[in-house]
Design a protein around this ligand. Sequence first.
Ligand code: FAQ
Length: 327
Amino acid sequence: MYTTELQKTKAVDAIEDPEKLAAFEARVAADDFIEPKDWMPEAYRRTLTRQISQHAHSEIVGMLPEGNWIGRAPSLRRKAILLAKVQDEAGHGLYLYSAAETLGTSRGQMIEALHSGKAKYSTIFNYPTVTWADIGAIGWLVDGAAIMNQVPLQRTSYGPYARAMVRVCKEESFHQRQGYEIMMHLCQGTSEQKRMAQDALNRWWWPSLMMFGPPDENSPNTAQSLRWRIKRETNDELRQKFVDITVPQAEAIGLSVPDPALHWNESKGGYDFGEIDWEEFYAVVRGEGPVAKERMKARRDAWEKNAWVREAADAYAAKKAQKKQAA
Ligand code: FAQ
């Protein structure tokens, strides 16, 4: 279904210097970090640019579902926390765009790829946030899934990406706790509040499991990304860990995971769970998610409406450079 970065750049790889390639592979195998000025195969550069830029886009588009609730948070305390969280996501996007830029693609080019529909962003942000409990569910489940995926990325082989992940993971860990705390409070509240929490879990559970990507046997990029130590664990391994950690958290606050097939498997030491609706996943990846059009429209509108800020920053930089030259 997908053409991998490796296939796209096979011709380039074939003419790459075998000695440089062997030295690069030996460094990766020794768990050395690869740095921006180091030699790297073109396919490695492209795979990283794709993954890091998509990750950056996810952080930025991911601000929209929660941003939607800043003005409606139920108390000043909740508003201040949510505002800080959404600002953190902007920061994550910026570290990640900067990390991707070190590979030779400008932020403008990456944003153009997002706006033209060429670049992907996480499927999860194409679902609507219809009640306050959704903000709890996003922190608990979406940030929880993001941490599960990002902790191993602190040891990814590309230095700037690994270093960005260290700070991102610290902040995501706070985000996950604040989301779980919202859910905990709702579950200790009125029966209507508890129903809201259960309804949010029902709607966000399966999309959260989809965040980890297609099953390993249908994941065209995983094998090569593991060899290059870009990915340190497979999609299915991370999904399983997420289920194993999250189910007891749901039980602890009296919520039930909406999966009749879910049961503890003593022999594997983990939960067995039901089949994910992969048709839904691929439809959302294709841009057919419930609020996909609104999300992209919001991003494009923000880009256009705020062009004056970029123009003012450019004019200021040019003026400063001129002054420096004249001095
Ligand atoms: N959505 O061969 P694989 C967050 C695509 S951050 C959309 O398995 P790969 C923080 C994939 O790109 C969330 N597309 O690919 C936050 C590929 O297409 P391509 C984002 C998906 O790269 C919280 C194709 O399917 N996190 O939530 C998805 O080896 C709260 C085949 O898949 C990251 O980006 C998907 N869910 O593995 C913010 C982490 N899954 O590109 C605000 C870094 C797969 O070949 C509020 N990324 N695809 O055309 C990764 O770890 C990997 O890129 C995976 C996918 C695991 C996402």
